[in-house]
Design a protein around this ligand. Structure first.
Ligand code: FES
Length: 127
């Protein structure tokens, strides 16, 4: 489903049309990843969620290198000892603030951020 990089998205930030609960916060441990499905602009998308303390960041689960998912199995993401998200396909490494690729075949490119927020003990699409 997520083969190929979407060309309809013109920048690195995906607008979210509606607030939708994605996951209960207690299911996402600090420093861990989760994969969830969400509808963005009418299309079902796989998202990477990453919890950093009280904050959760989200990106499309599409690697900028070759458009593959980053998880090696659904919801199973690699994290290096340096705290980078590593794409399971060819090893691109992404820092976890902006989603920038800092090593590997797509160095200098970025994951596409998705706007999420934390409230009422859950992670929601949008603000
Ligand atoms: S598809 Fe992610 S590194 Fe190649």
């Amino acid at each position: 489903m997520t083969e190929g990089v979407r060309t309809s998205l013109s920048n690195s930030h995906v607008p979210a049309a509606e607030a939708t609960p994605l996951i209960v916060l207690e299911r996402l441990q600090d420093g861990a990843f989760a994969e969830v499905e969400a509808v963005l602009d009418g299309d079902a998308e796989s998202l990477i969620l990453y919890r950093d303390g009280d904050h959760v960041r989200a990106w499309l689960n599409i690697c900028p290198h070759a458009g593959r998912r980053l998880d090696w199995a659904p919801g199973q993401f690699l994290k290096s000892k340096d705290g980078l998200l590593v794409c399971a396909a060819h090893g691109a490494s992404f820092e976890l603030v902006r989603g920038d690729c800092v090593a590997g075949p797509c160095r200098g490119e970025s994951l596409r951020a998705v706007e999420v927020s934390v409230r009422d003990g859950a992670v929601w699409l949008g603000m």
